[in-house]
Design a protein around this ligand. Sequence first.
Ligand SMILES: [Zn+2]
Ligand SMILES: [Zn+2]
Length: 75
Amino acid sequence: MAQALKCGPCSFVEEEVDPKHFCVDCLEYLCTGCARDHKKHKTLRGHRILNETDLSARHNLIRRIKLIVTLFDTR
Ligand SMILES: [Zn+2]
Ligand SMILES: [Zn+2]
């Protein structure tokens, strides 16, 4: 199961963008633009978004989160 990581919001509009961030609250990968948009939304402002450095530092955590995402992903 070698699924390439892509930005969640962008994949909704059929664009495959390399994610640079990960939102812990949405359990979703975000590209730079979407991470910025994420912070603009009033309701999403409190979300904890990991940056690229965090992503590599917490690779194991991300792997676990990804597993959870896979469980909830019914597509
Ligand atoms: Zn995006
Ligand atoms: Zn979020």
